[in-house]
Every structure is written in C-alpha cells, then in structure tokens.
Design a protein around this ligand. Structure first.
Ligand code: CDP
Length: 218
C-alpha cells in the first residue's frame, strides 16, 4: 500500500444494522495491522449521555451542545463516556431506540465527523465503520465497502449477540435502516466507488479474504 495522505490508508465500511461490519472490520484491521474505529459507538455514546442527563434526544440544540463538550473514548478496548465505562450501556434497547434522533442532528454529525477525521490523522488511517464513512467522511478512502446481508440473516446475527425474538429484532432493525436511509444528512447508501459485499451465508474469514483480494487490486 503506498500512501500519500491519511485518507489513503482508510478502509471505509458502511452498511445497515447487523450486516457484519464490526466483525469483518475488526478482523480486517488485525490482518492489516491497522487500528479500528466503530463510529456507531460514537453516536450511541451521545444518545447514552443525553438520556443520562435527562436531555430529550429531540432537543437538537441541547444534544448538539452536549456532543461538542462530551468526553468520550471509543476504542477496541471499549467505550468510556464521562470517564466511566459505557461499553455495555450504549447497546441497550433504550439507547438503540434513541440513536436515530441523534444521528439525524446535523451539528452532532459535524462534530463526530471532525472527531473521526482527527482519529484517522492520529492513528495513521485505519478501518473505519459506520453509515456515511465512504460517502461523506472519507470520500478518498483507499477502499470503500458497503457490507450487507439479508434482513433475516441480520436479525439472526443480532439475536445471537444480544438475544431477543428474531421477528421483533428484524422489524426494529428494518425501522432503524429506514430512518438511516431517509435522513437528509449522510443517509445510508453505498458510496460512489464502493464494493458491495453481501455476507449472507459467508463466514468472517471468507469475507476478509475477499476484501484483501479487492485491496490487492487497488
Ligand atoms: O451496530 P448497529 O448496526 O446496531 O448500529 P451502530 O453501528 O452501532 O450505529 C447506531 C446508529 O448510529 C445507526 O443506526 C445510525 O443511525 C447511527 N450512525 C450514523 O448515523 N453514522 C455513522 N457513521 C454510524 C452510525
């Protein structure tokens, strides 16, 4: 990989809920000796902090102020918000239900995108996962992936991770996808030049091998 700027060392992974982005992203980062950033955890951290402070997530101004001031550390080791471990707390149903409103808040998105670009600068690039990474945050990424899977597979994976009823989880992720795809700022879509990777029926190693072969073609 020859690199002239840090975007040249960014692998951008976008896609809907439960598509396998995190599992593939982490495995890919390890194989390539790059760091890994889960930007969804950043949106979740803001939603979590708002709920904890009693700020309605629909109060765009206050949530934007919160995002600008919030101390958060998102790494492979976990998520720390306000100096406290929030790794599990950001995955609760309450936070998941609140996160779409936070993600539709443009000043929040600007703040988190700035933090993501700073992170890439400080880490010499990395594997970065989210919804708008290839389309907005790093349009010049070395490789852009749009990772997806059938709705049933995605629901089954999520149930495997956090439990619940498959039908219910399928309809709740379908609703969140709908909100992610229909928002004005940074809607979920495959970025220009992204490779679409359907992980239905594929194991992690198969997907990672496929992505490495795409990278070799760059
Ligand atoms: O892991 P899961 O698929 O449940 O979602 P996530 O990656 O934790 O992201 C949670 C939510 O944050 C998404 O549904 C999006 O609304 C939002 N998000 C976003 O808007 N932009 C990103 N770059 C990453 C996440």
């Amino acid at each position: 990989m020859t690199v002239s700027n840090m975007a040249g060392r960014v692998i951008a992974i976008d896609g809907p809920a439960g598509a396998g982005k995190s599992t593939v992203g982490r495995a890919l980062a390890h194989r390539l000796s790059l760091d890994y950033l889960d930007t969804g955890a950043m949106y979740r951290a803001v939603a979590f902090a708002a709920l904890r402070r009693g700020i309605p997530v629909t109060d765009h101004e206050r949530v934007a102020e919160l995002a600008e001031a919030l101390e958060m550390d998102v790494s492979e080791a976990g998520v720390v918000v306000d100096g406290q471990d929030a790794t599990a707390a950001i995955r609760t149903r309450e936070v998941t239900d609140a996160v779409s409103a936070v993600a539709a808040n443009s000043p929040v998105r600007e703040e988190l995108r700035a933090r993501q670009r700073r992170w890439a600068d400080e880490h010499g690039g990395g594997v970065i996962e989210g919804r708008d990474i290839g389309s907005v945050v790093f349009p010049d990424a070395l490789l852009k992936l749009f990772v997806t899977a059938s709705p049933r597979t995605r629901a089954e994976r999520r149930v495997g991770e956090i439990g619940g009823d498959v039908d219910e989880v399928e309809s709740s992720i379908a609703e969140r996808d709908r909100r992610d795809m229909s928002r004005q700022d940074g809607p979920l879509r495959a970025a220009d030049g992204a490779y679409v990777v359907d992980t239905t029926g594929l194991g992690v190693d198969d997907v990672v091998d496929h992505v490495i072969s795409l990278l070799d073609d760059q």
